[in-house]
Design a binder for this molecule. Structure first.
Ligand SMILES: Nc1ncnc2c1ncn2[C@@H]1O[C@H](COP(=O)(O)OP(=O)(O)OP(=O)(O)O)[C@@H](O)[C@H]1O
Ligand SMILES: [Mg+2]
Length: 328
């Protein structure tokens, strides 16, 4: 049975104006834009994990902030459970925020240093007027225990500086989960914490997902992490999605030359197995003046003339598997 579509993103685009001094503007005579996210589309189904993967600066965080309505898109649509939420405001936006939460990349910056752990975790309950007094405290204790911060009584009164990175990220997870959301955008939730603690945090997130039938958009630059946690994977390059498929498809039959290059960079555990290294040429270009046609063409070993003039659209190559490349 196909699961229900929880989130749908259609031609989503975000351009940021480049900050320039008065003199620079006077001399250049034009406003330039960082094309952070350029017309991306994808779907996430209820209870599944959509891994959004790509190198630094490709637009992952911007996508996460767009989906959670922390910033407004330049163009495009965000559909949550069939409702167009792209520009909702006021009470409807408040309601939306109960159902859609974000866990940020940096647990050292995302917690207010002057707020005790208990207060920080209780904050969403207060904002939404869900619980006060003893009931609120009880809910916080339960949530802290759920994310492994035990005894909760002790953690309740601590300040963020008294916690390790892993513990802080557990607080961030508790705070995101306390309202019982349906969709959680997790923006590199383990990239800033100690390697030895990463698996535990991923296990915790999967446990909560199973228990509550949550839907995740899981942002990571690490394909090995995406492989562990995702059901679906979307590969981003310079603000665009170049390939989408079920996890198994992306790993067994990648189509896009960029996906192949990313995969070949993952260390192979078996030293006897030969690894075909596909090297990427050059550096990631600027998203202020991105390459014409396919944005990947200057780094692609298979680029043809067409690739520099015509932007490839996402085409279905197998059931559930899409690629944006002129080779197919
Ligand atoms: N508020 C902003 N104003 C101007 N440019 C921005 C802003 N936010 C992001 N950008 C630019 O948009 C592009 C995409 O940034 P984004 O943070 O979404 O990338 P990312 O994939 O999350 O990278 P990382 O892996 O480093 O976190 C970058 O070129 C970035 O400099
Ligand atoms: Mg980011």
């Amino acid at each position: 049975m196909e699961r229900k579509v929880e989130l749908k993103v259609v031609n989503l685009k975000k351009y940021f104006p480049v900050q320039k001094s008065f003199l620079e503007r006077l001399l250049s005579g034009k406003i330039e834009y960082v094309q952070a996210v350029n017309r991306i589309s994808f779907e996430v189904r209820r209870g599944e994990v959509f891994g959004l993967v790509g190198e630094s600066g490709c637009g992952k965080t911007t996508t996460g902030r767009l989906i959670t309505r922390l910033i407004e898109p330049t163009e495009g649509k965000i559909i949550f459970k069939g409702e167009d939420v792209t520009f909702i405001q006021g009470e409807r936006l408040r309601e939306f925020r109960k159902y859609v939460q974000i866990i940020f990349q940096n647990p050292y910056a995302s917690l207010n240093p002057r707020m005790r752990i208990g207060e920080a975790t209780a904050h969403p309950l207060e904002i939404h007027g869900i619980a006060t007094g003893e009931r609120k405290k009880k809910m916080v204790f339960e949530m802290l225990e759920k994310v492994g911060l035990e005894p909760a009584k002790k953690f309740y009164d601590l300040y963020p500086f008294e916690l390790s990175g892993g513990q802080r990220q557990r607080v961030a997870i508790a705070r995101a989960m306390i309202l019982n959301p349906e969709l959680v955008v997790a923006d590199e939730p383990i990239s800033m914490i100690d390697v030895s603690l990463r698996a535990k945090i991923l296990e915790l997130m999967l446990m909560l997902k199973e228990e509550r039938n949550l839907t995740y958009v899981f942002i990571t630059h690490d394909l090995a992490v995406a492989k562990y946690i995702s059901d679906w994977i979307g590969i981003m390059y310079l603000g665009e999605i170049v390939e989408i498929g079920r996890k198994e498809q992306i790993f067994s039959t990648p189509y896009h030359p960029y996906t192949k290059a990313l995969l070949s960079a993952i260390p192979v555990p078996d030293p006897k197995r030969e690894k075909k290294d596909i090297k990427l040429k050059g550096e990631v270009p600027s998203s202020i003046n991105p390459p014409s046609g396919c944005r990947f063409h200057p780094r692609c070993s298979f680029a043809k003339d067409k690739c520099s003039n015509l932007k490839p659209s996402l085409k279905m190559v197998d059931k559930d598997h899409y690629v944006a490349c002129h080779l197919y």
